[in-house]
Design a protein around this ligand. Structure first.
Ligand code: PLP
Length: 293
C-alpha cells in the first residue's frame, strides 16, 4: 500500500466543465492515465513540485502562478487556480502527516483528440535531503547547447516554462553521476550560467548573493526568491543578473536551491573543492523551514 495520496483534477482548466469540487480522491496504487495521454506520449504538459514542511505548503501561491504561466507558454487553457489550490489543501488533509512532504501538480494536454486536459495532484513523503543540505553536493558544469537569449529568439523551445519533458535534464544528471558528480549546473553556449536540471543557482560574491536573471531563459525559482528574502534579512544584498561561467571559479560559495531540497551547498565544482559557507547555509535552511510564503 502506497503512503501517497492522489486526487484526479477533473476541472483542471477553464476548458473543462466544473463538476462538484473539480477533483476527487483516487486509489494511489491504481492506474489512472490512458496510454494516449499527450502528457505521456509527448511530454506535453506542465507541472509543479511543492515542498511541505510541518503541513505547510511552501510558496503555494507562487507555485500556482507559475503553473498558470507555464500553461500560457505551452498554449494550454488557463488552469482553474482555485480548484488546484483546494486540491492541494485536500490532498494534504488526506495524506499521513510527515515532517516533510512533496506535492506534485501535473496538468497535461489530455488524451489525443479529446480536447480535455488531464490533471492530478499527488502528495507523498519527501525524499531525504539531509545529506545534500549538510554535506553538500559535487557538481559538474555542462553545456546546455543554446545561447542564454534562446527564450526570446526561439520561444517554441518553451524556456521559462516548467514543462513535463524533463528527459534532457535527467540525462544530464545521469551523465554527471557517470563522471562521479551528483548534480549539474548548465552553462549556455555563450558562457552564461543558467540553472541546474532541477534547481536554481545562487552564488555569493563578497557580501552579495547573485543568481542568473530570468532573462537568461531559465525558470523563475520560488526557492531562490525565498533565499533572497532570507539573505536581505541577514544584511546581504541580492541581485539577479547575467552570471558569466568564469564567476563560478571565483567563489567558494555556490548553492543549488529548489522546493524540496531547499538549499544544498556545492561541495566541489568540476573537481575543485569548495569551502562551503556552512553558517549561511544553516541560516538559510532554518529560515526556509520556518517561513511558508
Ligand atoms: N530550475 C529548474 C529547471 C527546476 O526544475 C527547478 C525545480 O524543480 C528550479 C529551477 C527551482 O524551482 P523551485 O525553487 O521553484 O522549486
Amino acid at each position: 500500500m502506497s503512503d501517497a495520496r492522489v486526487l484526479l483534477v477533473t476541472a483542471p482548466t477553464e476548458q473543462e466543465p466544473m463538476d462538484g469540487r473539480g477533483f476527487h480522491d483516487v486509489d494511489p496504487d491504481a492506474p489512472h492515465l490512458r496510454v494516449t495521454d499527450l502528457g505521456a506520449t509527448r511530454g506535453d504538459g506542465v507541472f509543479e513540485t511543492i515542498g511541505v514542511i510541518d503541513g505547510h505548503p511552501q510558496s503555494l501561491t507562487p507555485h500556482l502562478e507559475r503553473l498558470a504561466a507555464s500553461a500560457a507558454i505551452l498554449d494550454l487553457p488557463r488552469p482553474r487556480l482555485d480548484v488546484w489550490y483546494a486540491a492541494v489543501q485536500a490532498v494534504l488533509a488526506a495524506v499521513d502527516p510527515a515532517p516533510e512532504l512533496s506535492v506534485k501538480l501535473v496538468l497535461t494536454r489530455g488524451e489525443e483528440g479529446a480536447r480535455r486536459c488531464t490533471g492530478w495532484v499527488r502528495a507523498a513523503p519527501a525524499p531525504d535531503m539531509s545529506d545534500a543540505r549538510t554535506r553538500g553536493v559535487a557538481v559538474l558544469t555542462l553545456d546546455r547547447g543554446y545561447r542564454a537569449d534562446i527564450a526570446e529568439t526561439a520561444p517554441w523551445l518553451l524556456q521559462g516554462a516548467k514543462y513535463t519533458s524533463y528527459a534532457v535534464n535527467m540525462a544530464a544528471l545521469r551523465h554527471a553521476r557517470r563522471s562521479g558528480a551528483e548534480d549539474v549546473i548548465f552553462v549556455s553556449s555563450d558562457g552564461a550560467v543558467l540553472e541546474g536540471p532541477t534547481a536554481s543557482v545562487v552564488l555569493r560574491l563578497g557580501d552579495e548573493l547573485i543568481t542568473p536573471g530570468t532573462d537568461q531563459s531559465i525558470l523563475p525559482g520560488t526557492t531562490q526568491d525565498r533565499v533572497f528574502r532570507c539573505a536581505s534579512q541577514a544584511g546581504l544584498s541580492t541581485r539577479a543578473r547575467r552570471v558569466q561561467a568564469h564567476e563560478l571559479t571565483e567563489t567558494d560559495h555556490i548553492w543549488l536551491v529548489s522546493s524540496v531540497r531547499l538549499c544544498a551547498p556545492v561541495r566541489s565544482l568540476d573537481g575543485r573543492d569548495l569551502r562551503m559557507d556552512r553558517e549561511l547555509t544553516a541560516q538559510m535552511l532554518m529560515w526556509l523551514q520556518r517561513t511558508h510564503d
